[in-house]
Design a protein around this ligand. Structure first.
Ligand SMILES: [Zn+2]
Length: 309
């Protein structure tokens, strides 16, 4: 059995109940895990990452590490204004540690994918963070960190990222300016946040979609534009940032893709990775509607069932 579904209860944020003020559904990860268990995914399929904050911090700039320990800055970055009143040690314990934990999970998932061809971290995908900055509730750049760890330990250099979260993956782009061995495909909803013009320069294939899109049009962009470009780049691994905030009922975005089309999207990306024979690492990223947990769980059930997946 492949142990390639990475999760730990430590991913779940709690801040004395006040975390419910955040737009992110805080029980999402645990609901996904429970649904997977109900569908026959037993403990042999789950991989618990180690909590190792040094693994994360060693990739960040000194200046950014300082910023990350400032309550006022964290309040802005995480979009929870009231936390600016709390000392950093409390914010660290209840809010930062879960994000650090999930970042370690993306690294663990990257290594698991090298062994089992596919993996999913039931969390992570903080694509508005880079090694020297962060915004939009993304503090630690988990995908760029996992990429650097793969490069260091697995002789993998050329890596593609397909970012299909509804928001622009500006942090991931900023993490690798002018790196010819990174290929970022970013298909996102062209909405006011983050509108990062600098990041567009570092995105190999930048596809903003204005307003609403039909399911066919959206899926067509992935098959007709993203896949051929990635295949031509010939990566050694593929990160799939599988945000579900493209969902038609998501409160933060306008693109309005159906739940069925999200299932099709995920299946297509996994099949594509299999076709070009590269390990694929899925991260969850955004998804702010209560249905998001069920949509993600269904996708994992579909793409990870069977003894070889
Ligand atoms: Zn998003």
């Amino acid at each position: 059995m492949a142990q390639n579904i990475v999760y730990h209860p430590g991913y779940n944020v709690s801040f004395f109940g006040l975390e419910k003020l955040h737009k992110f559904p805080v029980d999402k990860f645990v609901r996904i895990q429970k649904t997977l268990q109900q569908n026959g995914f037993d403990k042999t399929r789950f991989l618990s990452p180690n909590f190792d904050e040094k693994l994360v911090f060693k990739h960040l700039t000194e200046k950014y590490i300082q910023k990350c320990s400032n309550s006022k800055w964290l309040a802005v970055c995480i979009n929870l204004d009231f936390i600016k009143l709390f000392p950093y040690r409390l914010i660290k314990k209840y809010l930062c540690n879960p994000l650090l934990f999930a970042s370690c999970g993306t690294v663990a998932a990257a290594f698991a994918a090298c062994e089992h061809q596919r993996s999913v971290n039931v969390g992570g995908g903080y694509h508005h963070a880079w090694f020297d900055g962060g915004e939009g509730s993304c503090v630690y750049p988990d995908i760029p960190i996992a990429i650097q760890e793969l490069r260091e330990h697995k002789q993998i250099q050329r890596i593609a990222i397909i970012d299909l979260d509804a928001h622009q993956g500006n942090g991931t782009a900023r993490a690798f300016p002018k790196d010819e061995d990174i290929f970022l495909v970013d298909i996102y909803n062209d909405i006011p946040f983050p509108s990062d013009l600098e990041a567009k320069k570092y995105t190999a294939l930048d596809i903003p979609i204005k307003g609403k899109s039909s399911d066919d049009e959206y899926l067509g962009l992935i098959t007709d534009r993203a896949f051929p470009a990635i295949e031509e780049f010939a990566p050694q691994a593929l990160f799939f940032n599988a945000g579900t905030d493209i969902y038609e009922k998501d409160p933060l975005t306008e693109i309005q893709i159906s739940a069925d089309a999200i299932q099709k999207r995920d299946k297509m990306v996994f099949e594509f990775a299999k076709k070009i024979n590269v390990p694929i690492i899925m991260t969850l990223s955004g998804g702010y509607h209560k249905d998001s947990a069920a949509i993600v769980a269904e996708s994992i059930v579909e793409n990870f069932r069977g003894k070889d997946s």
